[in-house]
Ligand binder design. Structure first.
Ligand SMILES: C[S@@+](CC[C@H](N)C(=O)[O-])C[C@H]1O[C@@H](n2cnc3c(N)ncnc32)[C@H](O)[C@@H]1O
Length: 358
């Protein structure tokens, strides 16, 4: 990636730099900084080294005064559109393709799955239906759908990543469902049936360059009266605790892309209503859910730690943040203790659901 020229500087806030990859794809790189004592521009040069950012781009930061935590936000760097970006993904998947990331998706489902179940039931998914799960990932929604539609129903999962589809197949087999099948690809590439009772998806549209186009395509696979039901994050609302806890705040900031950063659309949840209408669908009904909890057994602490852990290669590469600096081995313990000692609670980023009938 090559930075073309410095962009807007906002004193005391976020600095955006125009950039290009291979001179073709305009992106922006967000440089987050805090007013802290000492080194500044030098540090940015060092932090930027992983991106081969030329030293001269650091100059606008000189106006901002002392900066110690000059950090090219990992999401911005990770989500920069690669030259060989697959059409559907809109960029590299920040959290990587690994067994650890699949485990994190499954842990994420433990926190958000109960809301997804209520959402799907509320949207009218019921026994005997034939449902398409787009961007099926590790198969969590397909497994949930298998229960909802029962032995008389049918579930088809579609995902572009063959490895995660293999995991989903294994999990469905282990659970004993014979009514669930998977295909690798996009709904545009695959020769799918056109008599589904419902098409659903979660945390998919945020990765697509044209989410409304996918909804339009999905509609063609539905029978008349079929259901379209999608859940997406409101990631701009980052994880937080009450009372506030410094380590938690630091980690939440590391994993939250700033507004305007390239990569997944942090506003996809709030945009669902508009996107459905833009796709020519009837105005959807909406639902908003936030996982919230406290106490030593609350799984949100391990979930946030797992997210940071899976981002570590990027944190190290783009921001010089090492596992040792974060104390990764004891991170979860310290995070939990910090909140639990105050009888505090954690709120995770909300999930917004939209559903309609065609
Ligand atoms: C964040 S994961 C979410 C997985 C699952 N829906 C869940 O809620 O746990 C997004 C998944 O969408 C897949 N994906 C991205 N673009 C896609 C597309 N156009 N068609 C099908 N799958 C896609 C990715 O490979 C990834 O497995």
């Amino acid at each position: 990636m090559r930075l073309r020229r410095p962009g807007v500087t906002t004193p005391g806030g976020t600095v955006f730099l125009s950039a290009s990859r291979g001179g073709l794809t305009p992106i922006s790189v967000s440089v987050f900084h805090q007013s802290l004592p000492d080194d500044s521009v030098t540090d940015l040069g060092r932090y930027s080294a992983g991106l081969t950012v030329p030293a001269e781009v650091a100059w606008p930061l000189g106006r901002l005064g002392p900066v110690t935590e000059a950090l090219i936000l990992p999401y911005a760097a990770m989500m920069a559109v690669p030259e060989s970006a697959p059409e559907v993904g809109g960029g590299d998947y920040a959290l990587g393709r690994s067994a650890a990331e699949t485990d994190r998706l499954i842990a994420q489902h433990h926190l958000y799955g109960p809301f997804t179940r209520q959402f799907l039931v509320g949207a009218g998914i019921t026994s005997g239906m034939k449902v398409l799960d787009i961007g099926s990932g590790a198969g969590d929604i397909s497994l949930l759908l298998a229960e909802l539609v029962g032995p008389q129903g049918q579930v088809v999962g579609v995902d572009t990543d063959p490895d995660i589809v293999a995991t989903a197949r294994d999990r469905v087999r282990a659970a004993g469902w014979t009514t669930v099948s998977f295909a690798v690809g996009t709904i545009g590439d695959l020769d799918l049936d056109r008599d589904f009772d419902a098409v659903v998806g979660r945390w998919l549209l945020m990765y697509l360059p044209d989410p409304a186009a996918l909804l339009r395509q999905a509609r063609t696979l539905l029978r008349v009266g079929g259901v379209v039901a999608f859940q997406e994050g409101d990631i701009r609302s980052s994880a937080r605790t009450f009372p506030s806890a410094p380590l938690h705040e630091h980690l939440a900031r590391l994993v939250t892309p700033p507004p305007g950063a390239p990569g997944p659309d942090v506003d996809m949840g709030p945009k669902l209503f508009h996107t459905f209408i833009a796709a020519g669908l009837p105005a959807p009904q909406l639902r908003h859910d936030t996982p919230i909890g406290g106490g030593p057994d609350w799984p949100g602490f391990s979930y946030l730690t797992a997210t940071v852990r899976n981002l570590l290669p990027f944190l190290d590469k783009v921001a010089g943040i090492t596992p040792e600096q974060l104390g990764i081995d004891s991170l979860e313990h310290r995070l939990r203790a910090e909140v639990v000692e105050q009888d505090g609670i954690q709120l995770l980023p909300p999930l917004i659901g939209a559903w309609t009938r065609v």
